[in-house]
Ligand binder design. Structure first.
Ligand SMILES: [Zn+2]
Length: 408
């Protein structure tokens, strides 16, 4: 059986000029400021035991530079470790040895460190590498021209990360499809500079959202019970092979507002309800988004990177996203546009179809401001297509990955 042996390259190999060993471990990556290089050698368990029985220092160094030891090395990898940023980049010549490499980092490197592996985007074996990485729980993915250690690479690479700890495995197919989506969207970004997402509500999300206009009653101070608006976050659950993202309701995010409004919840996807009691109070047949709802989404798209907002109503659900021009140019949206939105998105017509026609006409600086779609509950499993804003070379659909990317 083979095991991994982590050796401090800077302090043990570099100063001692271990020529025989150095010939075996090419190419040696450059060293970078604030980071140290570790070398992981894949060796037979017996050799590992022999080494551990030797005295620390010269005896051990002599042994690892011996021909016998070197002949038994079946592979190697480098670990670039930045202890200030708590990141570790793994550079392996032979990806198939990665399971032993990760075993070795789990044992020898602090567990609060995040591990990174990467592959060239044009690598013909990219699919194989992705599968290998995902199997080892490298689940979060992004594309960058900068290594997590801080140096720049010649062409963008696909990075995949995981905590250097025991982690709960997630759905392998979804993780692979998420990676495929990120790679595919880079091409879309290069074509027309915006991210395109196709989502569907999961069956559970449909069940919840369809009911949410009929629930939400709480007791008021005077003892009367009235129905309140409910808001919450949606998150991507599964991603299908056709790269459709299925949204689930994050039940831990649910909040109650008052009868007429509720705060918008931080998230890439969020929703709020229009309670049935409000229909009666305002003598309305339909409960499409209010102009205040557009202010809410507008603010959330700037503050929380919200991609889409759902208004759940009795008749179905309305999906608000940015118009395609503004999805590409979100950075020039300003809060001073609020008065304009309040006036323009206050629309009083007869039916949802007429409503969509009017609200989708609202344009700012000559470009459609919001893209609003409506689906009756009978069509609740329809595909919803939206445009949204990229982060550099990435179209993130997951808030955790986006937040981690922003602080890299
Ligand atoms: Zn509302």
């Amino acid at each position: 059986m083979d095991v991994g042996l982590l050796i401090d390259f800077e302090h043990i190999i570099k100063p001692r000029k271990l020529i025989r060993l150095q010939n075996k471990i090419f190419p040696i990556p450059d060293g970078y400021a604030n980071s140290v290089r570790g070398l992981i050698l894949i060796i037979p368990k017996n050799d590992y035991t022999t080494l551990k029985q030797l005295k620390n220092g010269d005896d051990r160094v002599q042994y690892i530079n011996s021909q016998e030891f070197i002949d038994n090395i079946s592979g190697h990898a480098y670990v670039l470790y930045n202890k200030h940023k708590l990141v570790c980049e793994l550079i392996c010549a032979e990806c198939s040895l990665l399971p032993i490499v990760v075993q070795s980092t789990l044992m020898s490197i602090p567990n609060d460190v995040t591990l990174f592996v990467s592959t060239k985007l044009h690598d013909p074996n990219i699919d194989k590498s992705i599968q290998q990485y995902v199997k080892l729980d490298f689940n979060e993915v992004y594309i960058s021209e900068k290594s997590p250690i801080g140096y720049t690479v010649k062409e963008p690479r696909l990075y995949m990360t995981r905590k250097n700890d025991v982690i709960e495995s997630s759905n392998v197919d979804t993780s692979i499809n998420n990676t495929k989506y990120i790679v595919k969207q880079l091409k879309s970004l290069q074509n027309d500079n915006s991210c395109k997402l196709r989502v569907k509500l999961s069956e559970k999300a449909i069940n919840y959202l369809q009911s949410v206009s009929m629930i939400g009653s709480t007791m008021n101070r005077d003892g009367a019970i009235t129905q309140k608006e409910i808001a919450g976050r949606l998150v991507v659950g599964n991603i299908g092979d056709d790269l459709t993202h299925y949204l689930d309701v994050d039940r831990s995010s649910i909040v109650h507002g008052n009868e007429e409004e509720v705060q918008i919840i931080d998230g890439l996807y969020n929703f709020h309800s229009h309670p049935v009691e409000a229909y009666d109070r305002h003598n309305k047949k339909y409960g499409w988004p209010s102009s205040q709802d557009y202010i809410g989404f507008f603010g959330a798209s700037i503050s929380y990177d919200t991609i889409l907002h759902i208004v759940s109503s009795i008749e179905g659900f309305y999906v608000i996203s940015l118009g395609s021009f503004w999805a590409k140019n979100k950075n020039i949206l300003k809060t001073k546009n609020i008065k304009f939105i309040l006036e323009e998105c206050n629309i009083d017509v007869e039916t949802p179809t007429l409503y969509l026609k009017e609200v989708n006409k609202v344009s700012m600086d000559g470009h459609q401001l919001f893209n609003v779609q409506f689906f009756s509950w009978n069509d609740a499993d329809s595909l919803v297509a939206v445009n949204y804003t990229n982060n550099d070379l990435n179209c993130f659909t997951n808030k955790e990955t986006l937040s981690k990317y922003k602080v890299l």
